[in-house]
Ligand binder design. Structure first.
Ligand SMILES: Nc1ncnc2c1ncn2[C@@H]1O[C@H](COP(=O)(O)OP(=O)(O)OP(=O)(O)O)[C@@H](O)[C@H]1O
Ligand SMILES: [Mg+2]
Length: 257
């Protein structure tokens, strides 16, 4: 974070509770996400990281018998308000999944897809955005001579960077990433990490990761969840050096997974 820059919260979650049927998976999570920072969500398997992440752009909406209470504000607007336009929200808050999920068509069309849906028809503008997004996601060099090639014919790491480019093409404010490197080999994983490092002053990233070294390397803020509760959140360097709670320290030191 640049010195002198005023920290702005892009997303504010207040007392978010979520139940799948009668099972309460989130017990009241309050957390703020700062503009142009990368927040890592960490915690043991099943603690609610993905559930919470999906609340932030209403990806849970279609699950049956789900009940969400509390408030989530995106730039001050209540995203669960009936007035919220879901298409607009997902344009502002994009998502990248654990398994690279390019569509089974060309690299070019993968990136252009969201732009076309957004009503952009100008071919020159689309060309320009495709190139810009692929460059931002550090995958231009490997795709520029193969834009017509099926995106699924690239390596896993390349596919994941194509998915990041696809998410960036519509110029979102926030990108949610659920374990974006866990399905990748170490080299691809570090390439995706570097991409996120390069971009995190331009976008607000919220990333679930099981890789604590990765969280330590690239996040500005870390939030530690356990059993559906937020145990502790704060500046990554402070939390990794001096966590406030013993249980956080135990987790960070690998005493339990
Ligand atoms: N669609 C669903 N229906 C019912 N229960 C669910 C559903 N999705 C998740 N859960 C439950 O909610 C809890 C939190 O799950 P979630 O997937 O958010 O955990 P997580 O922290 O992302 O775990 P992991 O690190 O393994 O991905 C778990 O107990 C899980 O079984
Ligand atoms: Mg998960």
């Amino acid at each position: 974070m640049d010195k002198g820059k005023i920290m702005k919260d892009v997303i504010t979650a207040k007392d978010v509770k979520l139940s799948y049927g009668s099972y309460e998976a989130l017990h009241g999570i309050s957390l703020n996400f700062h503009e142009d920072e990368l927040t890592a969500l960490i915690g043991p398997s099943g603690c609610g990281k993905s559930t919470f992440l999906r609340c932030l752009n209403r990806m849970n909406d279609d699950i049956e018998n789900i009940n969400i209470t509390g408030k989530i504000l995106f730039e001050g607007q209540d995203i669960y308000s009936p007035k919220m336009d879901l298409v607009e929200l997902r344009k502002e808050v994009g998502m990248v999944f654990q398994q690279p999920t390019p569509f089974p068509f060309s690299v070019y069309d993968n990136i252009a897809y969201g732009l076309r849906i957004a009503g952009i028809k100008d071919k020159e503008l689309i060309d320009q955005r495709v190139e810009e997004s692929l460059k931002q996601a550090a995958i231009w060099r490997e795709t520029k001579d193969n834009l017509k090639r099926n995106a699924q014919a690239f390596s896993g790491g390349q596919q994941q960077r194509i998915c990041i480019a696809r998410a960036l093409a519509i110029r979102p404010k926030v990108v949610l990433l659920d374990e974006p490197t866990s399905a990748l080999d170490p080299i691809s994983s570090s390439e995706v990490e570097e991409t996120l490092m390069d971009l995190k002053r331009k976008y607000t990233f919220i990333m679930v990761t099981h890789n604590l070294q990765q969280a330590g390397r690239i996040s500005d803020q870390t939030a530690f969840l356990m059993n559906g509760n937020l145990i502790e959140a704060g500046k990554t360097e402070e939390m990794f050096i001096a966590p406030k709670k013993q249980i956080t320290s135990d987790y960070l030191n690998g005493r339990f997974g």
